[in-house]
Design a protein around this ligand. Sequence first.
Ligand SMILES: [Fe+2]
Length: 478
Amino acid sequence: MKKRIISIVMALSLLLAVMAPVASAGASRKDTVLQFRQDGKFKIMMISDTQDTDKADQRMIHFIEASLDQEKPDLVVFTGDNIAGRWVGSTAEKVRTAIDKIIQPLVQRDIPFAVVFGNHDGESRVTTKEDQMAMFMAYGNCLAIDEGEALDGVGTYNLPILSSDGSRVAFNIYMMDSNDYDANGNYDGVHQNQIDWYEQTSNTLKAENGGNPVPSLLFQHIPVPQIYSLLKQVPFGVMGSVRGSGRNAAKWYVMDESKAEGVVKEGPCPSYDDHGQYDSWLRQGDIAGAFFGHDHTNNMVGKTDEGITLGYNAGCSFHLYGDGLNRSMRMFVIDENDAWNYDTYLVKYGDIMPDDGGCLLVDLIAVRTIDNALLYGYQLIKQLFEGITGSPETEPSTAVSGTEPEGTPDTGPADSSATAQAGTGSTEPSDTPATERSELFNGSAENPATGVSLAIPVLALVSTSAAVAFVLTRKKAK
Ligand SMILES: [Fe+2]
């Protein structure tokens, strides 16, 4: 017992030391101490873009519950767009109910959680982000902090995790508010005073750790612009490509499989301006990975040329667009003796929930922009034409490897596995369960006859999805 008390006192002392920058801002914190288990492991579940109203879709709630029961995480992090933000009939009490819907599964299982905000949380007309943070912090298992006026945004803080014996901070979590929109209406990012705070906290942790950087995971909603370094530019018309956004608009990309794995089904939407956050990670040397939400149908993870791991978790909401059965929770399993080399994997809706039959439509809605719908329509007509005329099918892989424009952001070597996969018209890794949509289009790509038989329903569905996509695009419902 005496040893345990000493351990707790030591742990709290360490926490106070490393939390000084935030604590001095006047924020309060629950007494929960995050600590590696006795087996030296710590498990985190990342949940992204829950984005629903007070009448939350039960499929999402059941997905959260089943994931928690299967994985039994030590900590859950919500990475923004936690509620729909603005909806007809919304009131402060309904916002509280919307929050309660996603937090109750954690309360019932006594699992601590942390939260950051996304760009849509701040769009609520009946609550501010401060109001919402107060609602989250009312739960006894909430570890989130409102740092007050000290920093821009609401909810930028860190969560040190003690070693299993309580003697040291073995790992650290940064939770960053990536803000909403800049003055021009583009996606914002982390501001300079938040970067300064991060560097100060990083230095404090390093000093407490004998001068060595403490391995850390960083979570925020909006990606940094360097997410595009995990993609490579391709000409228009390459199956599986996505249209870039922001400063990368009017260009088309596929995931660079020599650097990343997973899927990219929409053009990443990072902060429009580079605020210097990525460079600060390089300077500090403590970011073992930075993970984002925001782009609901992307779940890739990869390493940049500078050695920074960047990754996504796909959206969880059924209230808005998503990737059907590929809606996911991203898991992290960290070993305190090898913390830099943590394991990360996805728990997908389709893996643990029975298919309710509604996901085919949801998958099609995921083809949610006019240009993506046009791309798929173009590919389909091209393949049908080739099937009817019997002309040789042009391998999309040729376009990928042979006609890549000069001066594109990617200068890496062509990857044979990427080329092979591009030839199938899919960016799905081989071990990823294919969605109905990708199976549909893969089928027509590999076998023109299959494409002919599917032509009428597919064209009808593409037309429908284009119409739906147009509406969704106008709403900017990301
Ligand atoms: Fe979102």
